[in-house]
Ligand binder design. Structure first.
Ligand code: ATP
Length: 345
């Protein structure tokens, strides 16, 4: 039996509440499913900066490096000093953000099931901004053929894995960014030729933002660049009922970090009202990723437990057992307790 070492970043704002719910779920899986997790708590974020003068202290970084995979609760004001550093270090080139409608959660359409596949290492996120005197700034945006190719390949493979609609829409703004985004879209077309079973189309980002409201159920895989993916995935999360249900994965060749899409949500911190579903669904994604790398025939078990996590959530929502953000009255700890006791492994 493999033991998986999970580094668990506790984060800021609602982060510790979500990390706590996530830990309870992982402990339950360890106790009942036969899959064993060793959880290593990791300090990173605003609180770590105050305590150790560094948002990602070296010992925290080392713990993450030693683990098999990282589960991260949201970090506050210094998120960039944590997640951007980790994405760069582990070359986590793909940011995967699914958005799905669930029963009894207000969605613009009852059958939305899409995923934003966002390039995760380039674009304006390199922080290349240069003041020109006191009243102007030049910002640089990087797009490379290599990163574009890797993310396009991932998007088409994801469309094949998901199976149902098998479609990829490449989202860009090549009518304005005529060099960078024309290259990005050109490469996606090139990769599309290798996947004849996947329907391929393109969309300008402004049109896509509109159609996500108008016909969200039509989308399957949205392939896009870093900034557009950041914005569209928050929009997609809201289309299906809010950030409280939005998980994400940062995937590289040998390592991955799973985390809720949302930030530290300081407005609801320390009130015990955060929705831990984003964390539970991030754990489901983590199990699927571990399954994809598994060499000990535990693949089926990992996938099975992931599916049970989602089914448990669906079961609770059907009974209208919900947190406050999506119209229910359960607090974080109550929802977590209900979730754990309904999850029969
Ligand atoms: P960031 O800029 O760090 O990405 P954001 O702009 O996505 O953050 P958040 O703080 O993540 O903003 O969330 C926006 C709002 O959504 C919050 O103010 C909060 O009300 C709500 N929200 C986010 N996550 C949750 C959650 N897990 N449960 C309940 N409400 C949430």
């Amino acid at each position: 039996m493999t033991r998986y070492s999970i580094s668990l970043v506790n984060g800021d704002g609602i982060g510790p509440d979500l990390a706590n719910s996530g830990r309870m779920l992982l402990d339950t899986i360890t106790d009942y499913s036969g899959i064993k997790f060793d959880i290593v708590d990791v300090e990173a974020g605003d609180n770590a900066l105050i305590k150790y003068s560094k948002a990602l202290p070296d010992f925290s970084f080392d713990s993450i490096k030693k683990s098999d995979v990282c589960l991260k609760a949201p970090v506050g004001e210094h998120a960039a000093d944590v997640i951007l550093v980790l994405r760069r270090h582990f070359e986590l080139y793909a940011n995967i953000r699914p958005a799905k409608s669930y029963p009894n959660v207000k969605s613009l359409h009852p059958s939305v099931d899409l995923v934003v596949v966002r390039e995760n290492t380039e674009d304006i996120y390199l922080g290349w901004e240069f003041p020109i005197g006191n009243d102007a700034v030049i910002g640089l945006r990087l797009t490379t053929a290599e990163a574009s190719r890797k993310i396009a390949q991932y998007a088409f493979e994801e469309a094949m894995r998901r199976g149902d609609k098998k479609s990829v829409v490449c989202v860009h703004k090549s009518n304005v960014m005529r060099v960078g985004d024309t290259m990005f879209s050109g490469i996606s077309k090139e990769i599309a030729r290798k996947f004849p079973d996947v329907e391929f189309s393109e969309s300008y980002v402004d049109a896509c933002a509109m159609n996500l409201i108008r016909n969200p159920e039509k989308y399957d895989v949205l392939l896009t660049t870093n900034l557009f993916g950041d914005i569209l995935s928050d929009e997609a999360a809201q289309v299906v009922g809010g950030l409280g249900l939005a998980p994400a994965g940062n995937i590289g060749k040998t390592f991955a970090i799973f985390e809720p899409v949302h930030g530290a949500a300081f407005d609801i911190a320390n009130k015990n009202i955060a929705n831990p579903s984003s964390m539970f669904l991030s754990i489901k994604m983590m199990l699927e990723w571990l399954a994809s790398r598994n060499k000990n025939n535990e693949e089926t078990k990992l996938i099975e437990v992931g599916t049970k996590i989602e089914n448990t959530l669906v079961g609770l929502l059907r009974e209208n057992l919900k947190t406050i953000d999506i119209g229910g009255n359960l607090h974080t700890d109550e929802f977590t307790k209900n979730f754990i006791s309904k999850l029969i492994l």
